[in-house]
Ligand binder design. Structure first.
Ligand SMILES: [Zn+2]
Ligand SMILES: [Zn+2]
Length: 365
C-alpha cells in the first residue's frame, strides 16, 4: 500500500515527507493507522548514525499510537478498530524474554535495529529502492506502520491517542525505572538527575510511590519550575550550585535513590556520589557505545548499588495499562510534558526538542 512517511536520506539530514510503498502484514503482523508519534532522542541518535543500524535512507519513529487497520491471519491479540500504543519488539524465545525481561532480549538488535524484519526482508520501498524501516518494529513517523503482534499494546478508547503516544518509550522508561526497578518505599528520598521527558516521568512515578523527598536536578530553570509544579519537593539547578552538596544538604546525608537520566559520565558520577550507604542509583541515560565512567570504589563497596535500567524494566503489555489508569485517576499527569506538532512540521519539532524548548514533541498524523 502507499503510505506517507518522514524519510532521512543522509546521516544527520533533515526529515523529508515522501510517498513510499509498505508491505502487507504477514501472519503475525499488525498494520496500524498512526494517529500520533512522539519524537525521542533515540530517533535522532538513529538519524545521526549513533546507533548500530544500517545506513540511510531510513524511517524512524518508535512512539507510535494509532488504530489497528488490518491484522495477519495468526494475530489474536488485537482486531481492526482497536486502539493501540506501539512499544519495542523482542523475540519472546530467549532466556531474557522467558524471564519476562523483554528489554534485555538477546535478539533485541534483530528485532529493533535491523532496518528490516528480523529475517532481513525490507518492508518499505520508494520507486523500487529499499528504505530501511522496522525501527523498533514500527517506524511510526508515517501514516501507516507495520508492527508485530508482540509490540502492540491495546489501550482504552476514551483517552485521545495523541496523548498516549509517548507511553511506548520515554514515559514508560522514566516511570518504570522508579516503579519497577528502584521500587522506593513510601517516605523515601530520591534525586532525579535530568528532568526531560524521562526524568520528569520518573518524578511523577516517585510521587505515585509515596516518596516524600523528590529532588529534581537539571540546568534548565523552566524544567525545574515544571518539576516543582508537578510535585517535586526540591529543585537544584546544577549550573548554579554543586548538585552533590545540594542533595546531601537537602536529605541530610544522601538520597536513598537516585536516577541518571542525562547520559553523561559526569552526571552519573554525581548521581552515585549523592547516595548514602545502601542507596541505589539507577542509570537510564543513553550514551554512545564504550563510554567509560570513573566511580569511587570504596563508596560502592559500602553497600551502594549501581543499576543499569533499560525501558524501565517494563513489560509493556502489563505496565502501560497501569500508567493509563494512574493518568485517568489524575495521579500521573504525564500529558503536561507533551507539545503537539502537525506531521509536516517534523523538522521544527525536532529543532524545538534539540534546543530544549519542548520536552516531548508529538506529531499528529
Ligand atoms: Zn528475546
Ligand atoms: Zn525512545
Amino acid at each position: 500500500m502507499e503510505i506517507k512517511a518522514a524519510v532521512v536520506f543522509e546521516t544527520s539530514g533533515d526529515f523529508r515527507i515522501e510517498k513510499l510503498e509498505l508491505d502487507d502484514p504477514r501472519d503475525d503482523e499488525v498494520l496500524v493507522q498512526i494517529a500520533a508519534a512522539g519524537i525521542c532522542h533515540t530517533d535522532l541518535a538513529g538519524r545521526d548514525g549513533h546507533l548500530p543500524i544500517p545506513p540511510p535512507p531510513s524511517v524512524f519513529g518508535h512512539e507510535g499510537a494509532g488504530v489497528v487497520e488490518q491484522v495477519g491471519s495468526r494475530v489474536t491479540k488485537v482486531k481492526p478498530g482497536d486502539h493501540v500504543v506501539l512499544a519495542w519488539d523482542y523475540c519472546g524465545e530467549c532466556s531474557a524474554c522467558k524471564q519476562g525481561k523483554v528489554l534485555y532480549c538477546l535478539n533485541f538488535f534483530q528485532h529493533n535495529f535491523h532496518g528490516a524484519r528480523p529475517d532481513g526482508t525490507i518492508t518499505m520501498h520508494k520507486d523500487g529502492r529499499a528504505i530501511h524501516g522496522s525501527f523498533f518494529c514500527q517506524s511510526s513517523f508515517a501514516d501507516f506502520s507495520l508492527a508485530n503482534e508482540r509490540n502492540v499494546v491495546k489501550v482504552p478508547e476514551d483517552i485521545p491517542l495523541p496523548i498516549l503516544a509517548p507511553m511506548g518509550c520515554g514515559v514508560m522508561t522514566g516511570a518504570g525505572a522508579v516503579m519497577n526497578s528502584l521500587q522506593p518505599r513510601p517516605g523515601s528520598s530520591i534525586a532525579v538527575f535530568g528532568v526531560g521527558n524521562v526524568g520528569m516521568s520518573a518524578v511523577l512515578a516517585a510521587l505515585v510511590c509515596g516518596c516524600t523527598t523528590v529532588i529534581a536536578v537539571d540546568v534548565h530553570n523552566d524544567r525545574l519550575d515544571l518539576a516543582r509544579e508537578l510535585g517535586a519537593t526540591h529543585t537544584v539547578n546544577a549550573k548554579e550550585v554543586d548538585p552533590i552538596e545540594a542533595v546531601l544538604a537537602i536529605t541530610g546525608g544522601g538520597a536513598e535513590f537516585s536516577l541518571e537520566c542525562v547520559g553523561s559520565p559526569k552526571v552519573f558520577r554525581q548521581a552515585v556520589d549523592v547516595l548514602p550507604r545502601l542507596g541505589v542509583c539507577g542509570l537510564t541515560g543513553v550514551v554512545p557505545p564504550f563510554t567509560e565512567v570513573s566511580l569511587n570504589m570504596d563508596l560502592i563497596m559500602n553497600g551502594r548499588t549501581v543499576k543499569g535500567i533499560l525501558g524501565g524494566d517494563a513489560i509493556p503489555d502489563l505496565f502501560i495499562p497501569k500508567l493509563i489508569e494512574l493518568y485517568r485517576q489524575g495521579r500521573f499527569p504525564f500529558d503536561r510534558l507533551v507539545t503537539f506538532y502537525p506531521f509536516d512540521e517534523i523538522n521544527r519539532a525536532v529543532k524545538d526538542m534539540e534546543t530544549g524548548r519542548v520536552m516531548k514533541p508529538v506529531l499528529r498524523l
